[in-house]
Write a protein that binds this ligand. Structure first.
Ligand code: PMP
Length: 457
C-alpha cells in the first residue's frame, strides 16, 4: 500500500469514540514527555533518505527530520563511512586528552559559525546540556546570576534549561532556578502587538525590556538567551531591529547575549545559523541536533576567543565524561563536509520558499488554520483553537489521548511522521527532501487535517 492510502483514523472512527490508545505496548521503554499509556507512535526498523520504515517495512515520510535534527536525511553514505573509519581508530578518549578529530572539528566549526572573531568550542552531549553549560559560563563570566529569556521559548529539559524556557514543559522543573525573567517578543501574532506595525511593536517590546532590566538592576543580569528563530514555541523569526536592540542593551550593560541555535543551526532556516538573518552576533552560541544530523548525540558551546580566554587561568566551569566524544566528532566532521559539498544549505533556503508558498496555499483552503510560518525548512501550521469531543463524541484525555495524538497516529498510519504539539503541526523535513516528496507529505498532512476537522465538527 502506498503513502496516504490508508483510512484516516478519523474516518475509521467517525461516529464512535475518537482515538483509542493501542493496547499498551509490551515495553520496558519510558518515552520522553509522553503519558506512557499512549505507548509509542510507531516502531522504526530502518531508515534511508527522507523515509523511515516501520516494523512491516512500510515507508513513512519523515516530515520532522526525526526531532528536527536529521538534516541530511537518514543513512547518508559519507557520514556512515566516516563513522566506520573512526570506529576502527578509536571511539573514546578522556576529556583532558586531545585528538586530531576533536581539534579538526572545533576548527571547522569556527569557520562556519556567525562570529567575526576566532572561536573556541566546548563539545558536550545535548542541546539541554549546552544551554546548561552556557548558563554556568554566563554566571562565571559576569559574576551575576539573573537570566532573561523570551516567552515563548524552549531551551531544554534539564533544570536550568527548563527554568529559562517559557513552555508547558517548564512546570516539571519548577521551582527551578531563581532569577529567571521572561520577556514578550514583538510578534504580530501576540495580542499585545495586534494591528501594530513591526516598527512600533519592536519599539514597545524593547522599551518594556529596558524598563524591566532597569528595575532589576542591569548589573545583576548575566545573560539574555534567545533562539534566533523560535522553534518549538511555534517558528517565529525575530525582526532584525529587535535583535539589534538586544545587542545594544547587552553592550550597554555588560550582559552576555546567548543564541540557542540547537534547532535553528546547521542549515535548518536556509543559513548555516539563523543569526545570519539579522547579522547580529552573540557572545555565546549553543547548538546540537544538526551538528551530527542526529546520527550520534553531540552539542557545542561556542565562544569567541576573547571570552574563552577568561578561563586561561581558572577552570572552565563545565565538563563531562563524554565531552568531545571521538565518534561524535568524526560524525560531525562528515556532516559539515556534506553541508559544504552537497549544497544543502542553499537548497534548504530555496525549498523554504517553496514550503512558504505551499503552507500559505494550504491555509487558504482550510479555515481551521489560523497562521502558517516558516524559516527555511522549519515550518509550523498553527490551528485555530480546536474543540474536540463535544456532544455525542466525548473525548476525555484519560480515555482517548487527545486530538494531537490522534492526528499524529493517523498521519503515521498514512505514511507521514511529524511533530504535533499543542495546536501546532510542525513541518521540518530533512534538508535533502525533493519538491515532490515535500508536496506528498504536505498533501497527506492536509488530508488528515481535513478529516480531523470534519470529524470534530
Ligand atoms: N534548545 C532548543 C532551541 C531546542 O529546540 C531544544 C530541543 N528541541 C533544546 C534546546 C534541547 O535540546 P536536547 O533535546 O538535545 O537536549
Amino acid at each position: 500500500m502506498g503513502l496516504g492510502e490508508t483510512n484516516s483514523n478519523f474516518e475509521l472512527r467517525r461516529g464512535t469514540a475518537c482515538f483509542q490508545a493501542p493496547a499498551l505496548d509490551d515495553t520496558e521503554v519510558l518515552f520522553g514527555w509522553r503519558p506512557q499509556r499512549l505507548g509509542s507512535i510507531g516502531t522504526v526498523s530502518r531508515a534511508k533518505g527522507v523515509y523511515l520504515y516501520d516494523a512491516q517495512d512500510r515507508p513513512i515520510l519523515d516530515m520532522a527530520s526525526g526531532q528536527v535534527n536529521v538534516n541530511l536525511g537518514h543513512g547518508h553514505e559519507g557520514v556512515l563511512r566516516a563513522m566506520r573509519a573512526q570506529l576502527q581508530d578509536f571511539c573514546y578518549a578522556a576529556p583532558c586528552l586531545n585528538s586530531d578529530v576533536r581539534e579538526a572539528l572545533t576548527a571547522e566549526i569556527g569557520k562556519v559559525v556567525p562570529f567575526a572573531e576566532d572561536t573556541k568550542v566546548f563539545l558536550c552531549n545535548s542541546g539541554s546540556e549546552a544551554v546548561e553549560s552556557a548558563i554556568k559560563l554566563a554566571w562565571a563570566m559576569t559574576g551575576r546570576t539573573k537570566i532573561y529569556a523570551a516567552s515563548p521559548s524552549y531551551h531544554g529539559a534539564t533544570i536550568g534549561a527548563s527554568s529559562i524556557s517559557a513552555d508547558a514543559r517548564r512546570r516539571f522543573a519548577e521551582p527551578g532556578l531563581t532569577g529567571v525573567r521572561h520577556f514578550t517578543p514583538p510578534f504580530a501574532q501576540h495580542l499585545a502587538f495586534k494591528d501594530m506595525s513591526e516598527e512600533e511593536a519592536v519599539h514597545i517590546s524593547l522599551s518594556l525590556l529596558r524598563d524591566q532590566i532597569t528595575r532589576d538592576g542591569p548589573d545583576t543580569v548575566a545573560a539574555i538567551f534567545v533562539e534566533p528563530v523560535i522553534g518549538s514555541g511555534g517558528v517565529f523569526a525575530w525582526p532584525t531591529a529587535f535583535m539589534q536592540g538586544l545587542r545594544e542593551i547587552c553592550d550597554a550593560h555588560g550582559i552576555l547575549l546567548v543564541f540557542d541555535e540547537t534547532m535553528s543551526g546547521w542549515g535548518r532556516t536556509g543559513r548555516w545559523f539563523a543569526a545570519e538573518h539579522s547579522g547580529v552576533t552573540p557572545d555565546i552560541l549553543t547548538t546540537a541536533k544538526g551538528i551530527t544530523s542526529g546520527y550520534v548525540p553531540l552539542a557545542a558551546v561556542i565562544l569567541p576567543k576573547r571570552h574563552a580566554d577568561r578561563f586561561d587561568a581558572r577552570p572552565f566551569v563545565c565538563g563531562s565524561t563524554t565531552e568531545g566524544h571521538a565518534l561524535a566528532c568524526a560524525t560531525a566532521r562528515a556532516c559539515l563536509q556534506a553541508y559544504h559539498d552537497e549544497n544543502v544549505i542553499a537548497r534548504a533556503d530555496a525549498m523554504g520558499d517553496h514550503l512558504r508558498q505551499a503552507l500559505h496555499a494550504m491555509k487558504s483552503r482550510n479555515f481551521v488554520i489560523k497562521d502558517v510560518r516558516n524559516a527555511g525548512l522549519l515550518g509550523c501550521v498553527e490551528l485555530a483553537s480546536v474543540r474536540v469531543g463535544r456532544g455525542d463524541r466525548p473525548c476525555d484525555s484519560a480515555s482517548c489521548g487527545n486530538w494531537m495524538e490522534t492526528l499524529t497516529q493517523s498521519l503515521w498510519r498514512n505514511g507521514v511522521f511529524t511533530i504535533v504539539r499543542e495546536h501546532m503541526i510542525f513541518v521540518a523535513p530533512p534538508l535533502t527532501i525533493t519538491t515532490a516528496e515535500l508536496e506528498q507529505g504536505l498533501g497527506i498532512i492536509e488530508r488528515e487535517l481535513s478529516a480531523f476537522v470534519a470529524w470534530a465538527a
